[in-house]
Design a protein around this ligand. Structure first.
Ligand SMILES: NC(=O)c1ccc[n+]([C@@H]2O[C@H](COP(=O)([O-])OP(=O)(O)OC[C@H]3O[C@@H](n4cnc5c(N)ncnc54)[C@H](O)[C@@H]3O)[C@@H](O)[C@H]2O)c1
Length: 344
């Protein structure tokens, strides 16, 4: 079991990062350490996602540093000022559509940013004789998208070949390769996780679930790509956070873990579930809302289906998702309803 005392969480003001920080500080009794959140606050990140955390833990167990992970001087300063022993690396450009319109930011943050962190960790954690300091660890968060699109059946295990097909997934694949290269070449202690599509509170409403919820609540059209039959495995973000904590604590050095809920849904079916739940909660007419579904031109190169084989994390670490889709969607909807200033 790793000690995990001074964590550098990158991208902690974004969707999964803020849920992870909340889970650790508010809900994980066996974590007694400190968290430094390094985030440049792009459009996707906001300190409001951590409202309450700063007040309760700020200056004691939680510290926020605004800055770019590509800024080596800044990253070096953070490592030394806080005595960082663990990196939990979320920071990335994360939206596939944006990567198609403007890949440069993805190459920069996802590849150069990861490289900068690996270099900074190496220089902070290696002693003069070249030995790694005791207890240091680098965890990299990646995606199922690096394995590429699957057919109608089957799932990707941890040793599946990489086949990224969008600038986003290609940049994540590059960062994954760099992390393992630092492990194999220099001995940096690392773990890596590839997770399926997350949903839950604090996700920026450009992604499918929060966008659809906000549009249903506002009576706006509901865009669906192509024929709506692309399939994704959906995991509630708190289950992902719990998996990350288990990997950080007990994951084997140099190993990769797939994290998913084995809950595959076609986009159109998922949207129908959202419509049904919101209409029930808010007394809306589901048929009228369903009429606002608008099929739009498909995303270029849109991957048809991703699915992960998550047997390894179940067997080795005993992790299992706890939140079923229905419950997770209810909780997510309640969050956006309350954020929109409507009665839950
Ligand atoms: N959302 C998903 O479904 C999903 C699934 C699997 C893996 N992931 C991975 O999880 C991680 C987090 O995803 P998310 O959905 O929370 O993303 P997000 O877009 O909501 O948040 C990303 C955060 O990183 C910050 N950031 C971006 N570039 C930065 C830089 N150069 N320096 C410092 N901070 C920077 C942003 O300000 C933001 O707060 C990403 O690495 C993503 O690839 C996401």
């Amino acid at each position: 079991m790793r000690k995990l005392t001074n964590l550098l969480v990158t991208g902690g003001a974004g969707f999964i990062g803020c849920n992870f920080i909340r889970a650790l500080l508010e809900n994980t009794p066996d974590f007694a350490g400190r968290i430094v959140n390094l985030d440049v606050l792009t459009y996707a990140g906001s300190t409001e996602n951590l409202a309450g955390v700063e007040e309760r833990f700020g200056g004691k167990r939680y510290f926020f540093e605004r800055g770019d992970i590509c800024d080596r001087e800044l990253v070096d300063r953070v490592f030394s000022a806080y005595g960082i022993d663990t990196v939990v690396h979320f920071a990335a450009e994360s939206h596939v559509d944006r990567s198609i319109l403007g890949p440069a930011a993805f190459i920069n943050s996802n590849i150069i940013g990861t490289f900068t962190l690996l270099e900074a960790a190496s220089s902070a954690w290696k002693g003069p004789g070249g030995a790694w300091r005791e207890g240091v660890h680098f965890h990299h968060i990646s995606t199922d998208e690096v394995y590429g699109s699957l057919g109608e059946t089957g799932s990707s295990p941890e040793d599946a070949p990489y086949a990224p097909r969008s600038p986003y997934s290609a940049s994540k694949a590059a960062s994954d390769h760099l992390v393992f290269a630092y492990h194999h070449t220099y001995g940096l202690p690392v773990t890596l996780s590839n997770c399926s599509n997350n949903y839950g509170p604090y996700q920026f409403p450009e992604k499918f679930i929060p966008l659809s919820i906000m549009n249903i609540l506002a009576g706006k059209p509901l865009p669906v790509y192509g024929d709506g039959k692309n399939i994704r495995d959906w995991i509630y973000v708190e289950d992902h956070a719990a998996a990350l904590w288990m990997i950080l604590r007990d994951g084997k050095n140099g190993n990769r873990y797939n994290v998913g809920a084995n809950d595959e849904w076609e986009n159109i079916k998922l949207l129908e579930r959202l419509i049904a739940i919101i209409c029930r909660k808010r007394g809306l007419d589901p048929l009228a809302v369903a009429k606002t579904i608008t099929f739009v031109t498909d995303r270029p190169g849109h991957d048809r289906r991703y699915a992960l084989d998550c047997g390894k994390i179940r067997r080795e670490l005993g992790w299992r998702p706890k939140t079923g889709l229905e419950e997770g969607l209810e909780r997510t909807i309640d969050f956006y309803v309350s954020r929109a200033g409507l009665d839950p």
